[in-house]
Design a protein around this ligand. Sequence first.
Ligand code: KIV
Length: 271
Amino acid sequence: MSVNLSRKKITTATIRAMKGREKIVSLTAYDYVTAKLLDEADVHLILVGDSLGMVVLGYESTLPVTMADMLHHTAAVARSKPKALLIADMPFMSYHLSEEQAVMNAGRFVQEAGAEGVKIEGGSPRMAARIKAIVEAGIPVFGHIGLTPQSVLEFGGYKIQGKTDETAKRLLDEAKRVEDAGAFAIVLECVPAELAKSITESIRIPTIGIGAGPHCDGQIQVINDMLGLATWPTFKHVKRFASVGDAMRTAVASYRDEVRSGKFPTNEQSF
Ligand code: KIV
């Protein structure tokens, strides 16, 4: 595979300018090596998602993820110096208390971990004020509405959002509020495809879908899910592009058998 070394650094301006021109390719990453591989594949945006809690740290939801967890993994991804735009997810309770708390924690992602922006969940007037305050501090914000996993307790589970006329209208209002607050793009998670289409057509910033159909300006997936590296049932919106989990099982079983039988190591691996 050829590595495109001439690729230009992607900024929030690049992502904004892609709306209506080119689909935006986004994936999550939580470590240095994975981020390097994504960047070699010309992914446009890398998100250090708080899905980290579920797919890497073994929690049942994203709620236990802390600032320390997110800073640690964001810094690892940032050391890969990606050409892709690097965004860090603000974890539960790191921006919920006040605008000051939100700006201070957003600033930590930039100063301490090397992120180029942060993602926050929600489109209520209160969350829009948080987005505005962070953007005014000079930190780009990636919005996120629909099935926002940090609200799982309030939603009563991981459910598709915006299925009724009333909730669809609420999501459209939220998207406009997030745009007006200054976000450079917005994740639409688990909403009906037709609603995602009408939101995409109603706002000027790019929409990045996950479980939101084909009409969004771009797509994002959790890397472990699309690589087949999940040991748990995945959602309907996940497409497996590889079976990395199966490849690991086979490799580890071969190693186990060769160590047991004395077939590994041979002279070739000895000094
Ligand atoms: O945490 C995450 O990985 C996310 C994406 C799925 C959008 O929020």
